[in-house]
Design a protein around this ligand. Sequence first.
Ligand code: ADP
Length: 463
Amino acid sequence: MTNTINNFFLSGFNNASYFDRRKAKYLFYIILATLLFVVIATVSQLYLQLGPVYLSANLIALAGLVTSLYLFKLKKTNAAGHMMACTIVFSISLESILVDSFSNDPAIRYRLYVNFTALLAVYFIILSFFREKKYVMRYALAFELLLSLHAAVIYRQIHTIPKMGAYTIEHFCAISIGMVIIAAICTWLLAYMEALLQQNREYAERFKLHNEELEKMVELRTHALQSSNNSLREFAYIVSHDLKEPLRTISGFVTLIKKELHKQGLDDNEIEEYIAYVTAGTRQMELLIDDILTYSKLTEAEKKQETVNVTGVISMVRSRLAKSIYESDCDIHLTPVAPVTGDTAMLAQLFENLLSNAIKYRNPDRTLKITIGCNKGANFVRYYVQDNGIGIPSQYFDTIFKAFKRLHSKREYEGTGVGLAICKKIVELHGGEMGVDSIEGEGSTFWFTLPLSQIELPVVQAV
Ligand code: ADP
């Protein structure tokens, strides 16, 4: 039943804005409540057999309220609001003033209060519906006029009606002025709040629009950045991959030329030297391509997230570097190392680069000693690879981690200058930091931090 009434009257406002819909709903329920009240009043007045003035006032009110419902159905909400307010005001005045003028009813004083309350209620309904100063003020003036008229009638009868002695004109004035003051304050407060709300709504709307624009922009740029990153990575991969092919051809044919010359008895120191240059060049090129290839593959997308048994990784690296470990006759000490969360292959690459550097940059005058260990923090592990090699001057502590930065010529030490850049990138991909402490001539300690694994693996004893 309620749903049918709602659908019938409110369906016309479905496409209206949120605030218009709320306003319409509010007015609709007020009209319904008033109608119910007037019906009850009419029935009870008929039952009590009150005079025809009461009945006619109530019938006028009923007619007015039905008209206002009709106007509401036509979506003329403002007109419906005015109709309802005017009807109520008119019927109350008709009832009060006429009845009071032509009767000697001792209950008149009490009815005055009832009328005050009724008018005040209508006033507040109007106030909260129209929320416009101009309407609110006009209604306030109309009510004031009615109440004054009412007061004049009562004042005329005051001496003739029994028990009316306690009522004075001052009494009435105090109530009436009080009502106007309250109404005025409420109007201003309401207008002020409405303005604030409106401002907030506008800000929120603007903020939302701005946010949406920003989000779209960020999305577009991220997309562009991602695709340019991907193409760059693909480019580096393809270039370095394709470069290896001609390199293998050069290297193969240089070996053939060398053999052929040897067969023809054309061994010559100078030619031998030139061929050595070509071979060294191709070897260097090969190393460089391998490193660039490794570097270009180091991406977030490629990184796996697994629990890495670092002790196992180091053993694997040691067997990969077995030849150079044997040749350098080094002494590797491994203190227990904690497991971490990360990519096993990448971490193996990291340890391999550091270990091979420690072997490569050893001091020929003393036995090479390498210590690999770690210190546990709250949720990270700090690993270190320490050697007693040639060391690094402190002004190069940052430089050496940049790609292609080397402190030695290729004649002194073979290399590309990409090894430490690869290490740093791997550590950063794992959310850690990397650095070096070193004393020139005494040795270096390369350190890095990695997130600690949540799974506790058994700690492997020192080797
Ligand atoms: P590469 O070894 O190919 O030159 P890296 O990026 O691995 O390139 O190293 C950069 C530079 O840092 C090296 O040229 C070397 O001078 C210095 N370096 C790296 N590791 C060590 C080490 N353990 N001891 C001394 N110097 C080192």
